[in-house]
Write a protein that binds this ligand. Structure first.
Ligand SMILES: [Zn+2]
Length: 762
């Protein structure tokens, strides 16, 4: 996994930022024009057009601290052609006007800009007739002759503290930050801001800030075409937040106007991140990315759906395929392989010099073939955008012209490999050169080496490229995802279907649902790479798109990190892939429990057969999960996410290990934390046949009583039916229910697993 780094909005030094902070209309100060739909009420200052009131009518809650609104609900940031001046110059609209085209729609217009007399900024804000949502669009006219870096809209200032706040962000899988203002305040940065790029680091277009007992601020967007944009929250000195969506028009001074092809959405909701996910799902699942889902339309080879367990191992085939074949025999269900470090070059160094495999062509081919004879398939790592700029092929193949260029014409290069210090450079997805190169690599992987597909590292991200020679729109636009789609089409047209290959990718993102067969969602094991912070992983992406996108993957491991044998010998740790301290066993159980109840295909990293005896309890737990899950695929692979019933979730403090393959140089590849975690995990899924499955996983050493009561209406089930329980010992009738009241009382054994099924009578 590579961390996505987005610097673009922080690099201000070469831009002239134009602030529009004041303007005048014929109204008196303090007068407000409102629109209201009975659910929410929006108010703009008549004199200036500032957005100074947003209230949740039902809960009589005002989100905005009026005195803190200093600016207009938008901001245009021009790029200075005289780069390097670094100065700020303000130009101001001298005139503001508004009109209502109907009761629910307000049109706002700013004009008379000093120094830019042609410029007009128009915004339309309309309310949903039925929901607590509003839709915002913007148009900037008279921009010819200027280079626009970004247009921030909407820009909502003065968002008050809701108290006991939670911030839910779909960072690939999803993050939940408790008391986000505290975390922002603790930041050392001058501007206390978090921003996330979409598509890419955000898998969906929403953020939700809420107090579950009060109300919530819902910010979203209805772009179905994958245009580049950022979402940002900034904390000011008086503890109010600014929210903004940052739009990127094409970087072209000949454009006369910019009009977003989508609307931003601002609304309120009562509930939590699951409520926000449900709200978003209503829109998201109606978009073409779901119509064209590979999972839903059964476009992926059936072996992928049938995968009971993934092994993610590294190195030559005897360290990868051999243990997988052994584990498949032990499990008795399909085990497949996610394979790193098989390639010729050392990792993060001389990509894309992947071929021939490091163990040699014949050895690799024989190993792949004999694993396939045993029913074990493999997908191989190849980075989807990176080229090592110290490699021989970089020069020999003339890669440089086809690399991504930033707004200043510089390449995007980063040295991930701390041992060699060699950097990798982003290639532009919109160039035929890179698509041809990458699809020829896939051709080799599948057609020559007979693998079962490719894992495309760094797949779910978006880069803005400013290279005019590439033929795509400059800077902002939606060419990246579109060209990723073209790349996958080209690969699928190139590779033979003989081994029924798949394309998997890093991260998750709604935009990639039609293109990738499987999404690697590592945040399920977040603590392994991020340690313990106030951010918790939530299955946000799965809550919206589970039945449309297959997710798998985990850093979950019982051994110390491996070290690429092709890296410098002097930095190699003494022991690699040796038993981790038993103190960390429960972390492994927790990760596997989460993946199970959150509807992912289970994965173990760095598996070796000595773990069967050395870590028998943990391996048995994983195999039991794989077996039980296999009996409940209609829920855990194909089901729709539902809220789990309320029950007691006892907690325990456990030891957490943070691991890094790149810590070797400093001599310490494992860092220890303590964390209070739940001993019981639950995930609830609705199948197409309308039955509901509740997956429960205990990681407790003791028996755990589980009791919950639910109302059948909450899951849109009929008022009577039967309740079953499935464990690895089989399925049995637990009881029946009537009058819509479902009571479940069971006791889970130590590290017990089960699926409680509610099957309504027809
Ligand atoms: Zn480009």
């Amino acid at each position: 996994m590579k961390k996505i780094k987005e610097y673009s909005i922080l690099i201000m030094s070469l831009c002239i930022i134009v602030f529009f902070t004041e303007c005048k209309s014929n109204s008196s100060p303090g007068e407000i024009v409102f629109i209201e739909n009975g659910k929410i009420k929006l108010g703009f200052e008549k004199e200036t057009g500032k957005f100074i009131s947003f209230s949740d009518v039902g809960h009589s809650y005002e989100f905005i601290e009026r005195n803190m609104v200093k600016g207009l609900p938008w901001e245009v940031n021009f790029h200075s052609s005289s780069a390097g001046s670094g100065s700020n110059s303000g130009i101001f609209p001298t005139k503001f006007s508004f009109s209502k085209s109907n009761e629910l729609t307000l049109n706002l217009e700013w004009e008379g800009f000093e120094g830019m007399i042609e410029l007009k900024v128009k915004a339309e804000v309309s309310l949903d007739p039925d929901k607590a949502l509003s839709y915002w669009s913007i148009k900037a006219e008279g921009i010819k002759g200027n280079l626009i870096k970004s247009i921030d809209f909407p820009r909502i200032q003065g968002i008050k503290n809701l108290g006991d706040e939670e911030l839910a962000i779909p960072t690939w899988m999803g993050s939940l930050v408790k008391n986000p203002r505290e975390s922002l305040a603790a930041s050392n940065a001058k501007v206390k801001r978090w921003s996330w790029s979409y598509p890419g680091s955000l898998s969906m277009q929403l953020i939700a800030l809420y107090n579950p007992n009060l109300t919530g601020f819902y910010a979203s967007c209805n772009d179905s075409l994958s245009f580049a944009k950022d979402f940002a929250v900034t904390l000011d000195t008086l503890n109010t937040l600014e929210y903004k969506m940052i739009n990127y028009p094409t970087f072209d001074s000949t454009l006369t106007s910019y009009h977003s092809s989508y609307e931003a959405i601002i609304g309120s909701f009562k509930g939590d991140w699951i409520t926000a996910a449900e709200l978003y799902r209503e829109w998201g699942t109606k978009q073409k990315w779901c119509d064209n889902s590979r999972l839903k339309n059964e476009l992926s080879p059936s072996w992928l759906d049938s995968t009971a367990l993934w092994i993610w191992n590294r190195g030559e085939s005897d360290n990868v395929l051999t243990p997988a074949v052994e584990l498949k025999q032990k499990l008795g269900l399909p085990v497949n392989v996610f394979w790193h470090w098989w390639h010729h070059c050392s990792y993060d160094d001389y990509f894309p010099e992947y071929f021939p495999p490091r163990e040699g062509r014949k050895s690799f081919q024989n190993a792949v073939e004999s694993a396939q004879e045993e029913g074990v398939r493999c997908i191989v790592y190849m980075n989807s955008i990176q080229w090592g700029d110290s490699s021989g092929s970089w020069k020999a193949e003339g890669a440089q012209p086809y690399s991504v260029k930033d707004i200043n014409g510089k390449m995007r290069s980063h040295a991930y490999n701390i041992f060699t210090g060699n950097s990798l450079t982003n290639m532009c997805m919109a160039t035929e050169f890179w698509k041809n190169k990458y699809s020829s690599l896939c051709d080799s992987a599948v057609n020559v080496y007979q693998t079962n597909g490719v894992y495309m590292d760094q797949a779910c991200l978006n880069r803005m490229c400013f290279d005019k020679s590439h033929g795509h729109k400059i800077g902002g636009g939606n060419y990246w995802v579109e060209n990723f789609g073209n790349l996958t089409q080209q690969i699928r047209a190139t590779v033979s279907d003989k081994t029924r290959p798949i394309l998997a990718g890093e991260g998750s993102g709604e935009n990639w649902i039609p293109y990738l067969d499987a999404f690697l969602t590592l945040p399920v094991s977040r603590e392994r790479y991020a340690g313990v912070t106030n951010t918790e992983t939530i299955p946000f992406f799965q809550a919206v798109y589970h039945e449309y996108a297959l997710t798998y993957g985990s850093y979950s491991s019982l051994v110390t990190p491996p070290y690429d044998e092709l890296w410098p010998k002097e930095y190699a740790p003494k022991e690699t892939e040796q038993l981790l301290d038993a103190d960390f066993n429960k972390q492994f159980l927790m990760e596997q429990a989460r993946a199970f109840v959150w509807g992912m295909q289970p994965t173990i990293a760095n598996y070796h057969s000595f773990l069967n005896s050395e870590r028998a309890e943990e391996i048995d737990y994983l195999l039991d999960i794989a077996k039980l899950r296999y009996q409940a695929l209609k829920y855990l692979l194909y089901g729709e996410f539902c809220r789990s019933p309320q029950t007691d979730y006892p907690e325990e403090e456990i030891k957490i290990s943070k691991l890094s393959i790149y810590a070797g140089r400093k001599g310490k590849s494992v860092t220890t934390f303590n964390k209070k975690v739940s001993l019981l995990y639950s995930g609830t899924w609705k199948a197409k046949d309308n039955s509901v499955g509740i997956a429960l996983a205990s990681i407790s050493d003791d028996n755990l009583p589980v009791h919950f009561s639910i109302n059948s209406e909450d899951y849109k089930l009929s008022g009577k039916g039967k309740i079953y329980i499935t464990t690895t010992n089989g399925k049995e009738l637990l009881g029946s229910y009537s009058n819509g009241l479902i009571n479940v009382e069971i006791s889970l054994q130590p590290r017990g697993l089960c699926i409680v099924e509610i099957v309504p009578s027809v």
